[in-house]
Design a protein around this ligand. Structure first.
Ligand code: ADP
Ligand code: MG
Length: 483
Protein backbone atom coordinates (compact mmCIF):
# COMPACT_ATOMS: atom_id res chain seq x y z
CA UNK A 1 0.00 0.00 0.00
CA UNK A 2 1.21 3.42 -0.97
CA UNK A 3 0.16 6.87 0.23
CA UNK A 4 -0.59 7.75 -3.38
CA UNK A 5 -3.29 5.03 -3.50
CA UNK A 6 -5.34 6.56 -0.71
CA UNK A 7 -7.01 9.38 -2.60
CA UNK A 8 -5.16 12.24 -0.91
CA UNK A 9 -4.46 15.46 -2.80
CA UNK A 10 -1.11 16.08 -4.47
CA UNK A 11 -0.31 18.84 -2.00
CA UNK A 12 -0.91 16.60 0.97
CA UNK A 13 1.08 13.78 -0.61
CA UNK A 14 3.93 16.17 -1.16
CA UNK A 15 3.95 17.19 2.49
CA UNK A 16 3.84 13.52 3.51
CA UNK A 17 6.79 12.70 1.27
CA UNK A 18 8.72 15.62 2.66
CA UNK A 19 8.00 14.41 6.17
CA UNK A 20 9.82 11.26 5.15
CA UNK A 21 6.95 8.81 5.37
CA UNK A 22 7.24 6.24 2.62
CA UNK A 23 4.40 3.94 3.48
CA UNK A 24 1.16 4.36 5.40
CA UNK A 25 0.93 2.47 8.67
CA UNK A 26 -1.88 -0.15 8.75
CA UNK A 27 -4.26 2.18 10.56
CA UNK A 28 -3.56 4.94 8.04
CA UNK A 29 -4.02 2.55 5.14
CA UNK A 30 -7.40 1.48 6.52
CA UNK A 31 -8.70 4.81 7.80
CA UNK A 32 -7.82 7.48 5.26
CA UNK A 33 -10.18 6.44 2.46
CA UNK A 34 -13.32 6.04 4.59
CA UNK A 35 -12.60 9.39 6.24
CA UNK A 36 -12.24 11.06 2.85
CA UNK A 37 -15.58 9.50 1.92
CA UNK A 38 -17.07 11.25 4.96
CA UNK A 39 -17.78 8.06 6.87
CA UNK A 40 -17.87 7.97 10.65
CA UNK A 41 -14.99 5.91 11.94
CA UNK A 42 -13.86 3.96 14.97
CA UNK A 43 -10.18 3.09 14.87
CA UNK A 44 -8.67 0.95 17.56
CA UNK A 45 -4.93 0.66 17.44
CA UNK A 46 -2.13 0.71 19.96
CA UNK A 47 -0.18 3.81 20.83
CA UNK A 48 2.46 4.58 18.24
CA UNK A 49 0.63 3.12 15.27
CA UNK A 50 0.25 6.46 13.50
CA UNK A 51 -3.34 7.31 14.33
CA UNK A 52 -2.70 11.05 14.21
CA UNK A 53 -1.88 11.20 10.51
CA UNK A 54 -4.80 8.88 9.79
CA UNK A 55 -7.17 11.72 10.61
CA UNK A 56 -4.98 14.76 10.02
CA UNK A 57 -4.20 13.91 6.39
CA UNK A 58 -7.76 13.34 5.15
CA UNK A 59 -9.01 16.27 7.23
CA UNK A 60 -6.61 18.60 5.46
CA UNK A 61 -8.14 17.59 2.14
CA UNK A 62 -11.72 17.71 3.39
CA UNK A 63 -11.21 21.18 4.84
CA UNK A 64 -9.32 22.47 1.81
CA UNK A 65 -12.64 23.56 0.33
CA UNK A 66 -14.85 26.02 2.10
CA UNK A 67 -14.25 28.95 4.39
CA UNK A 68 -14.30 29.43 8.12
CA UNK A 69 -16.83 31.77 9.70
CA UNK A 70 -16.33 33.91 12.77
CA UNK A 71 -16.47 31.96 16.03
CA UNK A 72 -17.58 28.85 14.19
CA UNK A 73 -14.78 26.32 13.87
CA UNK A 74 -15.32 23.95 10.97
CA UNK A 75 -13.80 20.98 12.70
CA UNK A 76 -12.97 20.03 16.26
CA UNK A 77 -10.34 17.67 17.58
CA UNK A 78 -10.53 16.69 21.23
CA UNK A 79 -7.33 15.56 22.93
CA UNK A 80 -6.90 14.44 26.54
CA UNK A 81 -3.75 16.44 27.22
CA UNK A 82 -2.25 19.71 26.17
CA UNK A 83 0.87 17.98 24.89
CA UNK A 84 -1.08 15.67 22.62
CA UNK A 85 -3.11 18.63 21.42
CA UNK A 86 0.06 20.55 20.63
CA UNK A 87 1.41 17.52 18.80
CA UNK A 88 -1.68 17.32 16.63
CA UNK A 89 -1.34 21.03 15.88
CA UNK A 90 2.22 20.38 14.75
CA UNK A 91 0.95 17.62 12.48
CA UNK A 92 -1.47 20.05 10.87
CA UNK A 93 1.35 22.51 10.38
CA UNK A 94 3.61 19.88 8.88
CA UNK A 95 1.15 18.17 6.54
CA UNK A 96 -0.94 21.22 5.84
CA UNK A 97 1.96 23.39 4.75
CA UNK A 98 0.70 23.49 1.14
CA UNK A 99 -2.82 24.37 2.21
CA UNK A 100 -4.13 27.52 3.78
CA UNK A 101 -5.85 26.16 6.83
CA UNK A 102 -6.36 28.22 9.93
CA UNK A 103 -6.10 26.66 13.32
CA UNK A 104 -6.61 27.38 17.00
CA UNK A 105 -5.36 25.48 19.99
CA UNK A 106 -7.31 25.61 23.24
CA UNK A 107 -5.29 24.06 25.99
CA UNK A 108 -4.53 24.76 29.60
CA UNK A 109 -1.48 26.61 30.76
CA UNK A 110 -1.37 28.76 27.68
CA UNK A 111 -2.19 32.39 27.24
CA UNK A 112 -5.49 32.29 25.43
CA UNK A 113 -5.76 35.74 23.91
CA UNK A 114 -4.17 34.82 20.57
CA UNK A 115 -6.19 31.64 20.33
CA UNK A 116 -9.42 33.41 21.19
CA UNK A 117 -8.59 36.07 18.60
CA UNK A 118 -8.09 33.34 16.01
CA UNK A 119 -11.42 31.80 16.96
CA UNK A 120 -13.17 35.13 16.66
CA UNK A 121 -11.93 35.36 13.10
CA UNK A 122 -12.90 31.78 12.36
CA UNK A 123 -10.79 28.65 12.09
CA UNK A 124 -10.82 25.52 9.98
CA UNK A 125 -9.42 23.39 12.76
CA UNK A 126 -9.91 23.74 16.48
CA UNK A 127 -7.80 21.48 18.67
CA UNK A 128 -8.77 21.44 22.31
CA UNK A 129 -8.76 19.66 25.61
CA UNK A 130 -12.36 19.12 26.77
CA UNK A 131 -12.10 21.17 29.97
CA UNK A 132 -10.73 24.22 28.25
CA UNK A 133 -13.22 23.97 25.42
CA UNK A 134 -16.18 23.78 27.80
CA UNK A 135 -14.81 26.78 29.62
CA UNK A 136 -14.71 28.93 26.51
CA UNK A 137 -18.01 27.58 25.27
CA UNK A 138 -19.68 28.62 28.48
CA UNK A 139 -18.21 32.07 28.09
CA UNK A 140 -19.83 32.33 24.68
CA UNK A 141 -16.59 32.50 22.75
CA UNK A 142 -17.33 29.55 20.49
CA UNK A 143 -20.23 28.25 18.50
CA UNK A 144 -20.06 24.62 17.60
CA UNK A 145 -23.04 24.65 15.25
CA UNK A 146 -20.82 25.01 12.20
CA UNK A 147 -18.60 22.15 13.16
CA UNK A 148 -19.12 19.36 10.67
CA UNK A 149 -16.24 17.13 11.69
CA UNK A 150 -15.41 15.90 15.17
CA UNK A 151 -12.42 13.83 16.21
CA UNK A 152 -12.33 12.19 19.62
CA UNK A 153 -8.71 11.15 19.92
CA UNK A 154 -7.19 8.88 22.59
CA UNK A 155 -10.68 8.03 23.81
CA UNK A 156 -9.51 5.55 26.41
CA UNK A 157 -7.25 8.19 27.94
CA UNK A 158 -10.17 10.60 27.94
CA UNK A 159 -12.04 8.00 29.95
CA UNK A 160 -9.14 7.59 32.37
CA UNK A 161 -9.07 11.30 32.91
CA UNK A 162 -12.76 11.66 33.58
CA UNK A 163 -13.58 13.56 30.39
CA UNK A 164 -16.44 11.43 29.10
CA UNK A 165 -19.25 13.61 30.52
CA UNK A 166 -17.64 16.68 28.95
CA UNK A 167 -17.32 14.90 25.62
CA UNK A 168 -20.96 13.84 25.73
CA UNK A 169 -21.96 17.41 26.35
CA UNK A 170 -19.75 18.70 23.57
CA UNK A 171 -21.23 16.12 21.17
CA UNK A 172 -24.72 17.48 21.78
CA UNK A 173 -23.58 20.97 20.78
CA UNK A 174 -22.42 19.91 17.34
CA UNK A 175 -24.75 19.47 14.39
CA UNK A 176 -26.20 15.97 14.23
CA UNK A 177 -25.22 15.64 10.61
CA UNK A 178 -21.50 15.91 11.36
CA UNK A 179 -18.83 13.33 10.64
CA UNK A 180 -17.34 11.79 13.79
CA UNK A 181 -14.05 9.94 14.13
CA UNK A 182 -13.05 8.11 17.27
CA UNK A 183 -9.55 6.85 17.99
CA UNK A 184 -8.51 4.71 20.89
CA UNK A 185 -5.91 2.16 21.91
CA UNK A 186 -8.55 0.06 23.65
CA UNK A 187 -12.32 -0.15 23.62
CA UNK A 188 -13.60 -0.35 27.19
CA UNK A 189 -17.40 -0.45 27.61
CA UNK A 190 -17.90 3.28 28.35
CA UNK A 191 -16.15 4.14 25.09
CA UNK A 192 -18.25 1.63 23.21
CA UNK A 193 -21.32 3.27 24.71
CA UNK A 194 -20.11 6.70 23.69
CA UNK A 195 -19.51 5.47 20.15
CA UNK A 196 -22.94 3.83 19.95
CA UNK A 197 -24.56 7.05 21.07
CA UNK A 198 -22.69 9.58 18.98
CA UNK A 199 -21.42 7.86 15.87
CA UNK A 200 -23.53 7.08 12.88
CA UNK A 201 -22.97 3.74 11.16
CA UNK A 202 -19.22 3.96 11.71
CA UNK A 203 -16.65 2.01 9.82
CA UNK A 204 -14.69 0.09 12.41
CA UNK A 205 -10.99 -0.57 12.08
CA UNK A 206 -9.08 -2.66 14.55
CA UNK A 207 -5.41 -2.94 13.91
CA UNK A 208 -4.13 -4.78 16.94
CA UNK A 209 -6.23 -6.88 19.21
CA UNK A 210 -7.23 -4.96 22.29
CA UNK A 211 -4.80 -5.55 25.10
CA UNK A 212 -2.32 -7.30 22.88
CA UNK A 213 1.32 -6.55 23.38
CA UNK A 214 3.75 -6.05 20.61
CA UNK A 215 5.49 -9.24 19.45
CA UNK A 216 8.75 -7.43 18.97
CA UNK A 217 9.01 -6.72 22.69
CA UNK A 218 10.94 -9.21 24.74
CA UNK A 219 9.33 -9.31 28.13
CA UNK A 220 10.45 -10.67 31.46
CA UNK A 221 9.35 -10.56 35.08
CA UNK A 222 12.25 -10.14 37.46
CA UNK A 223 11.65 -11.52 40.92
CA UNK A 224 13.00 -9.35 43.69
CA UNK A 225 11.98 -7.84 47.02
CA UNK A 226 10.89 -4.33 48.00
CA UNK A 227 14.30 -3.76 49.57
CA UNK A 228 16.21 -5.28 46.70
CA UNK A 229 14.47 -3.39 43.91
CA UNK A 230 17.02 -0.66 43.38
CA UNK A 231 19.89 -3.05 43.31
CA UNK A 232 18.07 -5.37 40.96
CA UNK A 233 17.33 -2.45 38.69
CA UNK A 234 20.93 -1.27 38.70
CA UNK A 235 22.06 -4.79 37.90
CA UNK A 236 19.71 -4.90 34.92
CA UNK A 237 20.76 -1.44 33.73
CA UNK A 238 24.37 -2.57 33.78
CA UNK A 239 23.90 -6.02 32.32
CA UNK A 240 21.64 -4.91 29.51
CA UNK A 241 22.69 -2.92 26.52
CA UNK A 242 20.54 -0.01 27.59
CA UNK A 243 20.64 2.77 25.07
CA UNK A 244 17.57 4.61 26.18
CA UNK A 245 15.15 3.57 28.86
CA UNK A 246 12.01 4.62 30.56
CA UNK A 247 11.57 3.40 34.09
CA UNK A 248 8.02 3.46 35.38
CA UNK A 249 7.11 3.76 39.02
CA UNK A 250 3.63 3.89 40.48
CA UNK A 251 4.15 6.79 42.85
CA UNK A 252 5.67 10.16 42.26
CA UNK A 253 7.75 9.97 45.44
CA UNK A 254 9.25 6.77 44.11
CA UNK A 255 9.96 8.51 40.80
CA UNK A 256 11.85 11.26 42.59
CA UNK A 257 13.77 9.04 44.96
CA UNK A 258 14.65 6.48 42.36
CA UNK A 259 15.97 9.15 40.03
CA UNK A 260 18.16 10.55 42.81
CA UNK A 261 19.45 7.11 43.64
CA UNK A 262 20.26 6.39 39.99
CA UNK A 263 22.08 9.66 39.66
CA UNK A 264 24.11 8.92 42.79
CA UNK A 265 25.06 5.67 41.16
CA UNK A 266 26.34 7.38 38.05
CA UNK A 267 23.44 6.90 35.70
CA UNK A 268 22.40 9.71 33.40
CA UNK A 269 18.81 9.81 34.51
CA UNK A 270 16.00 12.32 34.78
CA UNK A 271 12.41 12.29 35.95
CA UNK A 272 8.95 13.34 34.97
CA UNK A 273 5.87 13.16 37.12
CA UNK A 274 2.58 14.95 37.36
CA UNK A 275 3.64 17.20 40.22
CA UNK A 276 6.35 18.96 38.29
CA UNK A 277 5.84 22.41 36.90
CA UNK A 278 5.18 22.15 33.23
CA UNK A 279 8.27 24.12 32.33
CA UNK A 280 10.37 21.69 34.37
CA UNK A 281 8.80 18.73 32.62
CA UNK A 282 9.44 20.23 29.23
CA UNK A 283 13.03 20.91 30.19
CA UNK A 284 13.48 17.32 31.29
CA UNK A 285 11.90 16.03 28.09
CA UNK A 286 14.23 18.20 26.08
CA UNK A 287 17.22 16.77 27.93
CA UNK A 288 16.03 13.27 27.14
CA UNK A 289 15.45 14.22 23.53
CA UNK A 290 18.86 15.87 23.22
CA UNK A 291 20.62 12.91 24.81
CA UNK A 292 21.78 14.71 27.94
CA UNK A 293 20.15 11.85 29.81
CA UNK A 294 19.35 8.37 28.54
CA UNK A 295 17.12 7.20 31.36
CA UNK A 296 13.81 8.76 32.19
CA UNK A 297 12.03 7.79 35.39
CA UNK A 298 8.33 8.42 34.88
CA UNK A 299 4.92 8.03 36.36
CA UNK A 300 2.02 6.80 34.27
CA UNK A 301 0.20 10.10 34.20
CA UNK A 302 3.28 12.03 33.13
CA UNK A 303 4.11 9.42 30.50
CA UNK A 304 0.62 9.08 29.09
CA UNK A 305 0.60 9.40 25.34
CA UNK A 306 4.37 9.58 25.12
CA UNK A 307 5.48 9.52 21.56
CA UNK A 308 8.79 7.78 21.86
CA UNK A 309 10.15 5.35 19.39
CA UNK A 310 13.37 3.44 19.53
CA UNK A 311 13.59 3.30 23.30
CA UNK A 312 15.67 0.22 23.87
CA UNK A 313 14.25 -0.68 27.27
CA UNK A 314 11.25 -0.22 29.47
CA UNK A 315 11.59 -1.09 33.14
CA UNK A 316 8.59 -1.36 35.39
CA UNK A 317 10.17 -0.57 38.72
CA UNK A 318 6.72 -1.17 40.12
CA UNK A 319 4.33 -3.59 38.50
CA UNK A 320 1.48 -1.44 37.24
CA UNK A 321 -1.76 -1.57 39.17
CA UNK A 322 -3.85 -1.68 36.06
CA UNK A 323 -3.12 -4.25 33.38
CA UNK A 324 -3.80 -1.83 30.53
CA UNK A 325 -1.06 0.41 31.93
CA UNK A 326 1.30 -2.49 31.37
CA UNK A 327 0.41 -2.56 27.69
CA UNK A 328 0.83 1.20 27.43
CA UNK A 329 4.10 1.21 29.32
CA UNK A 330 5.87 -1.49 27.40
CA UNK A 331 4.51 -0.07 24.14
CA UNK A 332 7.25 2.57 24.50
CA UNK A 333 9.74 0.09 23.17
CA UNK A 334 9.81 -2.35 20.29
CA UNK A 335 8.25 -0.05 17.76
CA UNK A 336 8.65 0.19 14.02
CA UNK A 337 10.29 -3.18 13.63
CA UNK A 338 12.92 -2.57 16.30
CA UNK A 339 13.10 -5.11 19.09
CA UNK A 340 12.74 -3.74 22.56
CA UNK A 341 12.97 -5.21 26.00
CA UNK A 342 10.57 -4.76 28.88
CA UNK A 343 11.49 -5.86 32.38
CA UNK A 344 9.03 -5.79 35.23
CA UNK A 345 10.35 -6.02 38.78
CA UNK A 346 8.01 -8.09 40.88
CA UNK A 347 7.74 -8.85 44.54
CA UNK A 348 5.55 -11.38 46.28
CA UNK A 349 2.81 -8.76 46.60
CA UNK A 350 2.48 -8.36 42.85
CA UNK A 351 1.04 -11.82 42.15
CA UNK A 352 -2.46 -10.54 41.50
CA UNK A 353 -1.35 -7.64 39.30
CA UNK A 354 0.75 -9.98 37.22
CA UNK A 355 -2.05 -12.51 36.90
CA UNK A 356 -4.28 -9.71 35.58
CA UNK A 357 -1.64 -8.59 33.11
CA UNK A 358 -1.12 -12.12 31.84
CA UNK A 359 -4.85 -12.54 31.51
CA UNK A 360 -5.32 -9.29 29.58
CA UNK A 361 -2.44 -9.96 27.23
CA UNK A 362 -3.14 -13.71 26.93
CA UNK A 363 0.46 -14.59 27.53
CA UNK A 364 2.66 -16.06 30.17
CA UNK A 365 5.58 -13.72 30.80
CA UNK A 366 8.86 -15.51 31.49
CA UNK A 367 10.23 -15.09 35.00
CA UNK A 368 13.83 -14.57 35.95
CA UNK A 369 15.30 -14.13 39.38
CA UNK A 370 16.68 -10.71 40.36
CA UNK A 371 19.82 -10.00 38.38
CA UNK A 372 21.81 -8.27 41.11
CA UNK A 373 22.83 -11.16 43.28
CA UNK A 374 26.16 -9.95 44.59
CA UNK A 375 25.63 -6.83 46.66
CA UNK A 376 26.87 -3.85 44.75
CA UNK A 377 27.41 -0.73 46.79
CA UNK A 378 24.89 1.96 46.38
CA UNK A 379 27.40 4.67 45.63
CA UNK A 380 27.38 7.64 47.94
CA UNK A 381 24.39 6.28 49.76
CA UNK A 382 24.57 5.52 53.47
CA UNK A 383 25.59 2.02 54.48
CA UNK A 384 22.06 1.42 55.53
CA UNK A 385 20.24 1.95 52.33
CA UNK A 386 17.80 4.55 53.47
CA UNK A 387 16.32 4.51 50.03
CA UNK A 388 15.40 0.88 50.22
CA UNK A 389 13.86 1.43 53.59
CA UNK A 390 11.81 4.25 52.18
CA UNK A 391 10.81 2.06 49.30
CA UNK A 392 9.80 -0.66 51.67
CA UNK A 393 7.64 1.86 53.47
CA UNK A 394 6.27 3.04 50.21
CA UNK A 395 5.44 -0.55 49.41
CA UNK A 396 3.36 -0.59 52.55
CA UNK A 397 1.55 2.53 51.46
CA UNK A 398 0.88 1.03 48.11
CA UNK A 399 -0.79 -1.95 49.65
CA UNK A 400 -3.02 0.27 51.70
CA UNK A 401 -3.64 2.70 48.92
CA UNK A 402 -4.05 0.18 46.17
CA UNK A 403 -6.84 1.67 44.16
CA UNK A 404 -9.69 0.12 42.35
CA UNK A 405 -10.55 1.59 39.07
CA UNK A 406 -13.63 3.68 39.42
CA UNK A 407 -16.04 4.61 36.72
CA UNK A 408 -15.39 7.96 35.22
CA UNK A 409 -11.75 7.31 35.47
CA UNK A 410 -10.59 8.90 38.69
CA UNK A 411 -8.11 6.52 40.13
CA UNK A 412 -8.91 7.67 43.54
CA UNK A 413 -6.29 6.33 45.85
CA UNK A 414 -3.52 6.22 43.33
CA UNK A 415 -1.16 8.93 44.42
CA UNK A 416 -0.16 9.85 40.90
CA UNK A 417 -3.81 9.94 39.96
CA UNK A 418 -5.07 11.23 36.67
CA UNK A 419 -6.48 14.69 37.01
CA UNK A 420 -10.03 14.61 38.20
CA UNK A 421 -11.10 17.07 35.60
CA UNK A 422 -8.50 18.83 33.62
CA UNK A 423 -10.62 21.96 33.53
CA UNK A 424 -9.80 22.83 37.11
CA UNK A 425 -6.10 22.04 37.18
CA UNK A 426 -5.80 23.80 33.84
CA UNK A 427 -6.98 27.00 35.39
CA UNK A 428 -5.14 26.65 38.64
CA UNK A 429 -1.57 27.80 38.48
CA UNK A 430 0.65 25.06 39.98
CA UNK A 431 0.99 22.23 39.41
CA UNK A 432 -0.07 21.25 35.90
CA UNK A 433 -1.69 17.89 36.14
CA UNK A 434 -2.10 16.89 32.59
CA UNK A 435 -0.13 14.11 31.13
CA UNK A 436 3.01 14.88 29.32
CA UNK A 437 4.33 14.16 25.93
CA UNK A 438 7.94 13.50 25.50
CA UNK A 439 10.32 13.85 22.64
CA UNK A 440 12.25 10.85 21.62
CA UNK A 441 15.48 10.31 23.34
CA UNK A 442 18.95 9.98 22.10
CA UNK A 443 21.24 7.82 24.08
CA UNK A 444 24.31 8.82 25.97
CA UNK A 445 26.79 7.04 28.13
CA UNK A 446 26.26 7.30 31.86
CA UNK A 447 27.79 10.40 33.41
CA UNK A 448 30.02 8.35 35.63
CA UNK A 449 31.18 4.88 34.79
CA UNK A 450 29.13 2.29 36.58
CA UNK A 451 30.85 0.15 39.20
CA UNK A 452 31.36 -2.71 36.80
CA UNK A 453 30.77 -3.60 33.17
CA UNK A 454 31.55 -0.18 31.78
CA UNK A 455 28.80 0.91 29.51
CA UNK A 456 29.92 1.36 25.93
CA UNK A 457 29.13 4.76 24.54
CA UNK A 458 25.86 4.13 22.83
CA UNK A 459 25.30 5.03 19.21
CA UNK A 460 22.95 7.96 18.97
CA UNK A 461 19.72 7.20 17.19
CA UNK A 462 19.67 9.07 13.92
CA UNK A 463 18.15 12.48 14.31
CA UNK A 464 15.30 11.49 12.08
CA UNK A 465 12.13 13.28 12.92
CA UNK A 466 10.05 10.30 11.91
CA UNK A 467 11.46 7.91 14.39
CA UNK A 468 11.41 10.58 16.99
CA UNK A 469 9.26 13.24 18.53
CA UNK A 470 6.95 14.90 16.05
CA UNK A 471 8.47 18.28 16.60
CA UNK A 472 9.68 20.66 19.22
CA UNK A 473 7.39 21.47 22.10
CA UNK A 474 5.99 24.84 21.06
CA UNK A 475 7.43 27.65 23.13
CA UNK A 476 4.00 28.94 24.03
CA UNK A 477 3.39 25.81 26.06
CA UNK A 478 5.54 27.19 28.82
CA UNK A 479 3.43 30.31 29.07
CA UNK A 480 1.07 30.53 31.99
CA UNK A 481 -2.49 31.70 32.09
CA UNK A 482 -2.49 35.28 33.33
CA UNK A 483 -5.13 34.79 36.06
P1 ADP B 1 -0.64 7.08 17.84
O1 ADP B 1 -1.55 8.27 17.86
O2 ADP B 1 -1.23 5.89 17.18
O3 ADP B 1 -0.09 6.76 19.20
P2 ADP B 1 1.15 8.80 16.37
O4 ADP B 1 0.20 9.30 15.38
O5 ADP B 1 1.51 9.70 17.48
O6 ADP B 1 0.65 7.42 16.97
O7 ADP B 1 2.44 8.33 15.59
C1 ADP B 1 3.50 7.71 16.25
C2 ADP B 1 4.80 7.99 15.54
O8 ADP B 1 4.81 7.35 14.26
C3 ADP B 1 5.07 9.46 15.27
O9 ADP B 1 6.40 9.72 15.60
C4 ADP B 1 4.83 9.63 13.79
O10 ADP B 1 5.64 10.64 13.27
C5 ADP B 1 5.23 8.27 13.27
N1 ADP B 1 4.53 7.91 12.02
C6 ADP B 1 3.22 8.06 11.77
N2 ADP B 1 2.90 7.62 10.53
C7 ADP B 1 4.04 7.18 9.98
C8 ADP B 1 4.37 6.61 8.70
N3 ADP B 1 3.45 6.39 7.78
N4 ADP B 1 5.66 6.28 8.49
C9 ADP B 1 6.60 6.48 9.45
N5 ADP B 1 6.36 7.02 10.67
C10 ADP B 1 5.10 7.36 10.94
MG1 MG C 1 -2.46 9.41 19.19
Amino acid sequence: MNFADLGLSDETLRAVTEAGYTEPTPVQAAAIQPVLMMRDLIAIAQTGTGKTASFVLPMIDILAHGRARARMPRSLILEPTRELAAQVAENFEKYGQYHKLSMALLIGGVNMSDQVAALEKGVDVLIATPGRLMDLFQRGKILLTGCSLLVIDEADRMLDMGFIPDIEEICTKLPASRQTLLFSATMPPPIKKLADKFLNNPKQIEVARTGSTNDSIEQALVETTSRGKRETLRGLLRAEDVKTAIIFANRKTTVRELNQSLQRNGFASGEIHGDMEQSARIKELDRFKAGAINILVASDVAARGLDIKGVSHVFNYDAPWHPDDYVHRIGRTGRAGATGKAFTLITAEDAENIANIEKLTSQKIPRITGAAKAPTEDAAEPTIDAGSVRDAEAGGDERVAKPRRRRGGERAAKPEAAPERAAKPERAAPPPREASETPAPRPVAPQRAPARAPEPVAEPIAADADINWNGPVPAFLSARIPD
